[in-house]
Design a protein around this ligand. Structure first.
Ligand code: ADP
Ligand SMILES: N[C@@H](CCOP(=O)(O)O)C(=O)O
Length: 320
């Protein structure tokens, strides 16, 4: 993230006490990310150091947050390696810090793999399929808040900032996606809770092994295929050109399908869904870039990257 809201050591101590985390040793603002305020919090509990991530939610509301936090808890309890939100003495996992909704989760070990090879992609594919299956009996529902309705709302807001060729691509792709979304093939796709933002910087590895998925704050109930497309568009491309990387994509898809084979309708719609995944992040990056928010450590993402990825997916459709 960025630090949109400064948290004092006093605030952190009060929170650590309410959550029985022990004595606060360190509180450090995190630079990565763009949505929320994140801090690493180190405490000492019974003589042992423990590391946590404190997140203050800057846009999500107290009504929306239980879905994400309970989803993480549900998946963690089913053995999927995701951060587990810490409850206070009353059992609540949604807290208030500096007047904002906040959560504390355990810090995952390792670091992000920003230059993945096929083995990393296979590990992510397998865990994503396991996560989809583990989410089937999650009993809360909330739509993907960065789904089609948000694209339709946001495109008119960003269009005035674009050159003609970009505006024309954005309009035509949005029309195409509205058409696909209204089709019976799309309605038949299997759905459930999806991460919806499982980029390389939202997965940890240690010594080559996957240690967890995190940053579930764009999750929602959507097609499982959308998650697959978002991953292929980030893990399995050549970043400078946005071109599809066949070897990494095969590793990802084979590993995913060893756990959950794609249905025929999913295979048919994958090319359109890859375009949807590129469009979704092109729109959000345009929005963040042209209508920025104030933050101490914010590094906006480059919108041109997903414009390139989208053009690639339109001109060179990728089959499953
Ligand atoms: N549970 C976690 N374990 C380890 N590191 C984390 C965890 N959550 C967040 N981080 C670190 O914080 C950074 C920003 O978090 P992220 O959730 O991506 O922010 P944002 O929600 O603002 O996009 C990550 O890149 C990672 O380094
Ligand atoms: N992954 C998205 C933006 C969301 O940022 P994150 O740090 O929460 O993953 C992008 O790359 O545009």
């Amino acid at each position: 993230m960025a630090v949109f809201t400064e948290v004092s050591e006093d605030e952190a101590r009060g929170l650590a006490q309410r959550l029985s985390l022990g004595e606060v040793l360190e509180l450090r603002g995190i630079q990565g990310g763009i949505e929320n305020t994140n801090y690493f919090l180190t405490t000492q509990q019974d003589g042992r150091r423990a590391e946590w991530v404190l997140t203050l939610f800057e846009r999500l509301t107290a009504e929306q947050l239980p879905f994400y936090l309970h989803l993480m808890k549900h998946l963690a309890h089913r053995g999927i390696p995701v951060p587990d939100p810490v409850a206070d003495q009353g059992g609540d996992i949604l807290h208030t810090v500096c007047g904002k909704p906040a959560a504390v989760v355990d810090k995952l070990a390792g670091r992000s793999e920003l230059a993945p090879i096929a083995a990393h992609c296979a590990a992510v594919g397998e865990m994503l399929a396991r996560m989809h299956l583990a989410g089937r009996d999650f009993n809360r529902a909330q739509p993907n808040l960065r789904g089609l309705a948000w694209w339709n709302e946001t495109v008119p807001v960003v269009l005035p900032f674009l050159q003609d060729a970009q505006a024309s691509l954005l309009r035509s792709e949005l029309a195409f996606q509205n058409h696909v979304a209204a089709s019976s093939a799309c309605a038949a796709l299997p759905r459930g809770p999806v991460h919806a933002d499982l980029f390389r910087d939202n997965v940890m590895f240690e010594d080559g092994a996957l240690t967890g998925f995190f940053d579930f704050y764009f999750a929602g109930v959507d097609t499982w295929l959308f998650d697959v497309a978002v991953c292929l568009n980030d893990w399995c491309i050549d970043p400078p050109t946005g071109r599809h990387d066949e070897a990494r994509a095969r590793a990802f898809l084979q590993a995913y399908q060893r756990v959950r084979p794609l249905a025929a309708a999913e295979r048919r719609l994958l090319p359109a869904m890859l375009r949807a995944g590129a469009l979704r992040f092109w729109i959000s990056r345009l929005w963040d870039f042209h209508l920025p928010r104030e933050a101490a450590l914010l590094q906006p993402h480059d919108p041109a990257h997903f414009e390139r990825v989208l053009r690639e997916r339109v001109h060179e459709p990728v089959a499953a």
